[in-house]
Design a protein around this ligand. Structure first.
Ligand code: 13P
Ligand code: SF4
Length: 300
């Protein structure tokens, strides 16, 4: 631990603050967190947290979800400029227009979305719960926003449902092409492929394991294989390389970096635990609507 990390930990205890961090955060940020997880685990932690304040190290929608699930707590996002580009690709108006076109359909909204979009959706999902939620809904038609790749992955896994896809995507995961996947297969012919479902279908087609960040970590941890190609952000690879220095862990694309996730520095985190930043606030109608959709996800 360096001196700033020690100061953050001491201040966190004095202020009854819980620090949560996504797997894509830098290791120095993860190292001072009370819990590190995928989007789903972080949403659950935020809901059950027994503390006065939550600092969510991640992008804006993650901090919003923590506030929505724990409205009585003060929630801080250490770097307010960290925002998921995919979340900005769909608006509440887009969802309402789709509802009008498909009145029988349920709207499933990936958590990588704004609170305003969640508020007009029936239920949220994360990458690790998407398939289960689509399957469990009574509706045959499902409008899935915003990620077209995760939606297509669900459509393939649950063929009895008719999935209406939106056009959103993650610029980082969707930027992996089939040629890149083929090149990695050629370069590392003995390696197991673990890929996030935000990647394109033709890339997911190369995978031995398709799953959320937590599921990819679980897959590698449970495997005796010596070599892996990881098709998600470099944060997951850093965790695995530190944990398994004897294994060969390759990134599917060289520049697999979410610039927004990497915006959070230790200094930002210090300012957040020290109460120097404005807390997350949301309009009442967004809080209520989005809470319903997020709580339904957690309960399903
Ligand atoms: P997870 O749900 O796997 O944590 O993914 C979140 C995310 O932003 C992936 O790009
Ligand atoms: Fe958004 Fe992609 Fe970054 Fe995940 S990796 S936060 S989906 S931009």
């Amino acid at each position: 631990m360096n001196e700033l990390q020690e100061r953050i930990l001491a201040r966190k205890r004095e202020t009854n603050t819980l620090i949560l961090a996504h797997y894509y955060q830098s290791l120095e940020v993860q190292d001072v967190a009370d819990a590190v997880g995928d989007s789903f685990a972080l949403a659950q932690k935020a809901q059950s947290a027994d503390c006065e304040n939550i600092v969510m190290c991640g992008v804006r929608f993650m901090a919003e979800s923590a506030k929505i699930l724990s409205p009585e707590k003060t929630v801080y996002q250490p770097n307010a400029e960290a925002s998921c580009p995919m979340a900005e690709m769909v608006t509440p108006e887009d969802v309402l227009a789709l509802r009008e076109k498909y009145p029988e359909a349920a709207v499933v909204c990936y958590v990588n979305s704004t609170a305003a979009v969640k508020a007009v959706s029936d239920v949220c999902c994360t990458s690790s719960s998407a398939e289960r939620i689509v399957r469990a809904l009574p509706n045959k038609q499902i409008i899935f926003v915003p990620d077209k790749n995760l939606g297509a992955w669900c459509a393939k896994a649950v063929p009895e449902k008719e999935i209406i896809l939106f056009s959103g995507f993650c610029p980082i995961h969707d930027g992996v092409t089939e040629e890149m996947a083929a090149a990695a297969r050629n370069a590392y012919p003995g390696a197991k492929f673990a890929v996030h479902p935000e990647c394109r279908a033709e890339v997911v087609g190369y995978a031995d394991c398709v799953g959320s960040t937590a599921e990819i970590l679980r897959y590698v941890r449970a495997s005796a294989e010596p070599e892996f190609v990881i098709g998600t952000e470099c944060g997951v690879v850093e965790i695995l390389r530190r944990e398994f220095p004897e294994k060969q862990i390759h990134l599917l694309r060289e520049d697999f970096v979410c610039a927004d996730m990497k915006k959070t520095t230790l200094m930002d985190l210090w300012r957040a635990v020290n109460g120097e930043l404005p807390p997350i606030t949301l309009p009442e109608e967004e809080l209520t609507g989005a809470k319903r959709a997020l709580e339904r996800m957690v309960s399903m």
